[in-house]
Design a protein around this ligand. Structure first.
Ligand code: KG4
Ligand code: ZN
Length: 343
């Protein structure tokens, strides 16, 4: 089975072709991120307009790459795919509409099944994409989704697929990176900027460590807005090196994520741990998970996608399509900008 994936939920425009849920035949990502870096954050209208501009060129590239197929010659002659998987939500409504409406037109024209995908699930399915000679993740698994807008812990099994265990009560981990980076004048997006600055910083140089919100609470909930406030307060009352504050922020977010995830592992004894979402591109964080799992002697397979499949991409959307029960040919797919774990 071959699935064409389309992703347009935010500022990335992506298309990919995936075979038998693991093998990537082609994938492309175009991003309007440089435009948003100029304004220090995403302006939804600007992102949606770029989606319109980038989608067809990106789609053309993957079809040529995967099948040497050019729509110019045979518009109504379909490429050899079985279905089209497209992000339904969560995301920005204007951006999502570009992908969904394009997918509907293509599915209609080519008589293909249309599979609506929850973007959050897809971040975890990125772990199925081929990394030979690695096996695919065994279930049950604990999944930690850490993106710009979400921080969620889920239990994944064959039977129910996703069960939500807990999540952030306020800001997401990625949002905390982005906002604190803005206070430090490190630019946008904040996560990669903080990771780079933290490389030459040390939290021990700060007058006091930053807080680790909710780290000792025996639940699977998170809260990162207090950390943000603590950073603002610290910057107002001290004159630290930015690198040291960046290291403190990265340590604090990482420790909370690692400890809460470990709590879930000890309670549910899963076969695998899967990370997903843009924050999982952070290699300090990935290393911290590895070390802590070793230290606790947890016999669990640990998966984190390569950085380019942590951030938004369409290969993960296509991979998620193989697991979806919603493989019906239907035109009745509304965008779901606020989709959570119950889609
Ligand atoms: O998954 P994603 O690409 O988009 C959403 O679905 O939200 O995640 C974007 C988030 C941003 O907050 C960005 O700062 C963060 O992922 N991010 C990182 C890193 N790379 C991206 N956070 C920490 N370290 C990184 N290296
Ligand atoms: Zn995402």
């Amino acid at each position: 089975m071959i699935i064409l994936g389309l992703e347009t939920s935010c500022d990335e425009t992506a298309a990919a072709v995936v075979k038998n849920r693991r093998q990537i035949l082609a994938h492309q990502v175009a991003s309007s991120l440089p435009l948003h870096a100029q304004t220090g954050g995403i302006i939804p209208e600007v992102a949606a307009r770029r989606q319109l501009e980038y989608l067809l060129p990106v789609l053309r590239k993957v079809l040529v790459q995967a099948f040497d197929w050019t729509p110019d010659r045979h518009v109504s002659n379909p490429p050899p795919i079985d279905a089209i998987a497209v992000t339904q939500g969560p995301g920005l409504a204007g951006s999502l509409l570009v992908g969904i409406e394009s997918a509907k037109v293509l599915a209609n024209l080519w008589h293909k099944k249309l599979i609506p995908i929850n973007h959050l699930y897809a971040h975890l399915f990125a772990n199925w994409l081929e990394k030979p000679p690695r096996n695919e993740p065994a279930l049950p698994a604990i999944g930690l989704i850490i993106s710009g807008g979400h921080t969620d812990l889920v239990y994944i099994s064959e039977k129910t697929l996703f069960r939500w265990l807990g999540g952030t009560r306020d800001d997401a981990a990625g949002e905390c990176f982005d906002k604190t980076a803005r206070f430090l004048e490190l630019g946008y997006p904040g996560g990669p900027a903080i990771e780079a600055a933290a490389g030459s910083g040390n939290e021990k140089n700060l007058a006091s460590p930053l807080p680790r919100p909710m780290i000792d609470q025996p639940n699977f909930d998170f809260s990162f807005s207090g950390l943000k406030t603590a950073v603002v307060h610290y910057l107002n009352t001290n004159q630290p090196r930015r690198e040291d504050v960046a290291a403190g922020i990265q340590n604090a977010i990482t420790e909370v994520l690692v400890e809460k995830t470990l709590l879930a592992i000890k309670k549910y004894h899963p076969a695998s741990l899967l990370l997903g979402g843009g924050v999982a591109a952070n290699q300090f964080l990935v290393q911290a998970f590895r070390q802590r799992l070793d230290q606790e002697k947890q016999s669990i397979s640990f998966f984190a996608p390569p950085p380019h499949f942590c951030t938004d991409n369409a290969a993960a959307i296509a991979a998620a399509g193989f697991f979806s029960s919603k493989q019906n040919f239907t035109q009745n797919i509304p965008v779901q900008p606020n989709a959570g774990f119950c889609v």
